[in-house]
Design a protein around this ligand. Structure first.
Ligand code: NAD
Ligand code: UDP
Length: 333
């Protein structure tokens, strides 16, 4: 049994990691300020005596009493809509937050894993993207608050490895989807599923020819666990190689949801990457990892979960309405 600290543990990916480590028999310390996460993602875990929730802003302060074997730093707004409305918070958690998480790993002699992102490649000029590609990021564009924060996080992580001998690993995570995504987080998959289930127009940006390669969350979590266990420094791409235009993704979701929503073409965001697909040769060879779940299967599961949420929240708590627990303050079990 090991003791794992997961920053951002009440978010989408973080809450899946919490469940996975608990299932594996480990102890989990989830650290989150609920900025873009939701207490309901982990409330079923609160009764587990191997689970501890600490509500705090990791950009301000991060301390965890007792032994810590691993620190997984996943705290950060991740949806473009979230980081565009929370620019300074995103920069803080990617800079001070990453430093505090690395200092915790240093103090505890723990392995550290950073959740970096395919956005480190920006609007890529090399396709697909191998880890050796340095990227094409506009440092003063609207997305830079996220992209550059993550690139800085990678640099900080590498410096702690090189100069302070912290055992670090960097995962460059590509678009991931699944249960426990916030229905109103603005990312393509939750937006399309919500719209399809409600019979509303599906908002495809531009002409929908821009591509993404989407990975089901269980596969991603397996990759993160393998990176943690491997001792590899990375960066290592984790994502699905099954690339598709966004319009095709919207049409697939509409079909799987049994919806007759129309497609509504809307403005494309500034600096929206035109293509994205990981080269996962490194993950295959070093971690013996690749996604196992077909996109269709992952989407079916996700749509089923969202449909359940829709029933639960209707009509007293409307689908995309404010359903989040607010407030900060000291945490507790
Ligand atoms: P999310 O918004 O659902 O989760 C992020 C969590 O971090 C939330 O619970 C939020 O409250 C918490 N958080 C944010 N700032 C914090 C702070 N200062 N202190 C404490 N907690 C804070 O996003 P997600 O999709 O689960 O992403 C998780 C991580 O994975 C992020 O670091 C993101 O950059 C990375 N990532 C995700 C994807 C993806 O497709 N989901 C792709 C690439 C990288
Ligand atoms: N997108 C869209 N409609 C939406 C939300 C997103 O067409 O309602 C597009 C977005 O412009 C981008 C792609 O879908 O081209 C993926 O966007 P997302 O926000 O999911 O993540 P990103 O890969 O941009 O971080």
């Amino acid at each position: 049994m090991r003791r794992v600290v997961i920053t951002g543990g009440a978010g989408f990916v973080g809450s899946h990691l919490c469940r996975r480590f608990l299932r594996d028999g480990d102890e989990v310390v989830c650290v989150d300020n609920l900025l873009t996460g939701d207490l309901s993602n982990v409330d079923e875990l609160l009764a587990n005596e191997r689970f501890l929730l600490i509500r705090t802003d990791v950009a301000e302060h991060l301390d965890v009493p007792g032994i810590v074997d691993a620190v997984l730093h996943f705290a950060s707004p991740a949806s473009p809509a979230d980081y565009l409305r929370l620019p300074l918070e995103t920069l803080s958690v990617g800079s001070s937050g990453t430093r505090n998480a690395l200092e915790l790993a240093l103090r505890k002699d723990a392995r550290f894993v950073l959740a970096s992102t395919s956005e480190a490649y920006g609007d890529p000029e090399e396709h697909p993207q191998p880890e050796t590609y340095w990227g094409n990021v506009n440092p003063v564009g609207p997305r830079s608050v996220y992209d550059e924060a993550k690139r800085f996080s990678e640099t900080l992580t590498t410096a702690y490895r090189r100069y302070k001998k912290v055992d670090t690993g960097i995962a460059r995570i590509f678009n991931t989807f699944g249960e426990y995504m916030r229905p109103d987080d603005g990312r393509a998959i939750p937006a399309f599923i919500g719209q399809a289930l409600r019979g509303e127009p599906m908002t495809v940006s531009g002409d929908g020819s821009q591509t993404r390669s989407v990975c089901y969350v269980d596969d991603l979590v397996e990759g993160v666990v393998r990176l943690l266990d491997s001792g590899e420094p990375g960066p290592i791409n984790l994502g699905n190689t099954d690339e598709m235009p966004i319009l095709a993704l919207a049409e697939l979701i509409r079909e799987l949801a049994g919806s007759d929503s129309e497609i509504l073409f809307v403005d494309r965001p500034v600096d929206d990457p035109a293509v994205r697909r990981p080269d996962i040769t490194l993950a295959r060879t070093l971690l013996d990892w690749e996604p196992r779940t077909p996109v269709r299967t992952g989407l079916e599961r996700t749509i089923r979960w969202f449909a359940g949420q829709l029933v639960e929240t209707s009509p007293a708590r409307p689908w995309a309405g404010p359903s989040r627990v607010g407030g900060t303050g000291p945490g507790g079990r």
